[in-house]
Design a protein around this ligand. Structure first.
Ligand code: AMP
Length: 114
C-alpha cells in the first residue's frame, strides 16, 4: 500500500493541493502549525533524506525553488518563514515520503529542540 503522501499525489486521497508539476506536489498540512503550512513533496517516493541519491540533485533544488515561489504567492516571503525537513525517528519524521515543510504567517520563534 502506498504511503499517505503517495496516495495524495496519485489522487487516491484528497488534499488541498496548491501546486503541482511533473516533479513535485505541494499541499496544505492537515494539522497546520502556522497560518501558512505547506508540504512540498517529490512525486517519486524518497522515504527520507538518507535515501536521496546523487541523481536527485536537481529535484531537491526544485523543491526549494517551489518553496520560494509559494512563499511569495502566500505573501510570507518578506516577513520570512521556516523550511524544515525531519529525518527518521530522532528527527521526528512521521510520514516516510520526503517532504519540505514551509511554515510562516507568524513569527516562528527560535529553533525548538525538546
Ligand atoms: P513529519 O513529521 O515531518 O513527517 O510531518 C508529517 C506532516 O504531515 C505532519 O505535519 C502532518 O500534520 C502532515 N500530514 C499527515 N497526514 C496528512 C494528510 N493526509 N494531508 C496533509 N498533511 C498531512
Amino acid at each position: 500500500m502506498a504511503n499517505i503522501f503517495a496516495q495524495i499525489i496519485n489522487g487516491e486521497l484528497p488534499a488541498d493541493i496548491v501546486y503541482r508539476d511533473d516533479q513535485v506536489t505541494a499541499f496544505r498540512d492537515i494539522s497546520p502549525k502556522a497560518p501558512v503550512h505547506i508540504l512540498i513533496v517529490p512525486n517519486k517516493v524518497i522515504p527520507t533524506v538518507n535515501d536521496i541519491e546523487d541523481t536527485d540533485e536537481r529535484l531537491i533544488g526544485h523543491m526549494f525553488l517551489i518553496a520560494r515561489n509559494l512563499a511569495r504567492k502566500e505573501g510570507i516571503a518578506v516577513d520570512g518563514y521556516r523550511l524544515l525537513i525531519n529525518c527518521n525517528r530522532h528527527g521526528g519524521q512521521e510520514v516516510y515520503h520526503l517532504h519540505l515543510h514551509l511554515m510562516g504567517g507568524r513569527p516562528m520563534g527560535p529553533m525548538v529542540v525538546n
